[in-house]
Design a protein around this ligand. Structure first.
Ligand code: NAG
Length: 435
């Protein structure tokens, strides 16, 4: 099989050689992810991404994906909030997109190719950040040629702006309804601009970050202005071309007192121009408001706070995983971990067991007996603190909570679920503390 499992299974092998086995970048290992568009909402970072299909030999993108985190290292998978199927008038190219919130609704601006040909900007809308998003207009928001939309609402006057472009940049003022615009489309120039604009504002300075022409692959450059309408002053390069993907694409947010720069590269096994992966780096603005030069790392951002294992945690909350993938339940009630094979594992980073765990509940479904989940601390080969047999539950979607004793899990640990046997599914977990 030529897919994520065959490619991602390689991580363990390559990692053993390179010491990268459980790196925190790329953020997502269960599929190839692209074009990060982070948004902070309800004290959580929501990371909207594109998705490169496995084994693609050209850009092959059919849906968008969503992840969330409160600690910047453990990311919960929310599945597919929107796809090409959302837009009956679009046929291909679920390219770069961004979600913004206004008046309790979430608007999802996305690049697509129309049935009749030509790129356009589509808008999805939902009452929930997690979707599902529906087609807000039944047609394009923006005519032919619009790609890579970025939208920002000015906090001083409430005016929303949308920027986009490929080889030349444009912007327009969005109306209060967020699904129409007024006034002219304004083209403007940015040094070496290719695509992927990202608009944000900090201390009354507007930043326009974009993918530019580098010596080979794209780099990330930026310009600033004291007004959202420009003129823009070129400020230089943030991230040089690095790694195996031709494109790069930036998304920038502040969260819990830190600043974060999201981008993509080809760093997963099998990765490259058509199989990209989203990464993140933490940074600090210079005193004059400029953004420092950043390099792609395997380490990623530091963990903000430890994870509490005594609450119910979705199994698809992952710092790093090997082999397995995630899927949506057919009844729409959530996401679970599936395609589990012998020795696959999930790492959950920085879990605080406090004085210690006495037992663990695991929500599983198994068509046949023979599976076992080993819970280890420190590494995927670290001390076993629990070993839980997964017996047949009556079907691959027949969920059952099993409980098993835990010994030796206390204090702050990296937690590993190591899967033995095949063909069972994993929905959530929850530890119980010692009395
Ligand atoms: C906001 O986050 C809290 C804590 O995770 C959660 O309980 C609550 O449901 C969230 N609110 C909404 C509107 O999603």
């Amino acid at each position: 099989m030529f897919g994520p499992k065959s490619m991602l299974r390689g991580i363990a092998v390559a990692g053993a050689l390179l010491g990268l086995a459980v790196a925190d970048n790329p953020i997502i290992q269960t599929l190839y992810s692209t074009d990060p568009a982070p948004i902070v909402w309800n004290n959580t970072v929501w990371l909207f991404t594109g998705h490169d299909e496995n084994g693609a030999r050209n850009y092959d993108m059919r849906d968008w994906r969503l992840y969330s985190s409160t600690d910047m290292v453990n990311w919960r998978d929310w599945g597919v909030p929107m796809s090409l199927k959302t837009f009956s008038w679009a046929r291909a190219d679920a390219w770069a997109a961004q979600v913004v919130e206004r008046d309790g609704k979430f608007y999802y601006y996305a690049t697509v190719t129309k049935n009749s040909g030509g790129y356009a900007v589509a808008v999805g809308v939902s009452d929930k950040i997690t979707g599902p998003y529906r087609d807000a207009l039944g047609k394009q928001l923006l005519a032919n040629g619009g790609i890579d939309p970025t939208v920002f609402i000015d906090d001083t006057d409430g005016q929303a702006y949308m920027y986009w472009g490929h080889n030349s940049a444009s912007y327009v003022k969005l109306n209060r309804d967020m699904i129409s615009y007024s006034g002219s489309i304004n083209g403007f120039s940015l040094q070496n601009f290719i695509e992927g604009p990202w608009l944000h504002k900090r201390n009354n300075l507007w930043y326009l970050t974009y993918s530019g022409s580098g010596s080979s692959n794209e780099d990330i450059k930026y310009a600033t202005s004291t007004k959202p309408t420009g003129p823009w002053t070129f400020k230089g390069q943030i991230m040089a071309p690095q790694g195996r993907s031709f494109t790069n694409h930036a998304g920038i947010v502040d969260y819990k007192g830190g600043s974060y720069f999201f981008y993509h590269n080809g760093a997963l096994p099998g990765g490259g121009t058509y199989s990209r992966s989203v990464c993140v780096e933490k940074f600090t603005y210079n005193a004059d408001g400029s953004i420092p030069r950043l390099v792609m790392t395997d380490a990623g951002a530091p963990q903000i706070e430890s994870l509490n294992p005594y609450q119910q945690v979705e199994a698809e909350t992952i710092a790093f995983s090997s082999g397995l993938i995630t899927a949506a339940k057919s009844d729409g009630s959530g996401i679970y971990v599936t395609s589990i094979n012998n020795n696959d594992y999930i790492k959950v980073k920085g879990v605080d067991f406090g004085k210690g765990a006495a037992s663990v509940d695991l929500r599983v479904a198994a068509a046949a007996a023979g599976g076992k989940i080993e819970i280890r601390v420190g590494s995927q080969n670290g001390n076993i603190v629990a070993s839980c047999a997964v017996d047949a539950t009556g079907g691959a979607q027949t969920w059952k909570t099993i409980s098993c004793p835990v010994n030796g899990a206390s204090g702050k640990q990296d937690l590993f679920f190591k899967f033995l046997g095949n063909n069972y599914n994993f929905d959530w977990w929850q530890f119980k503390q010692v009395a």
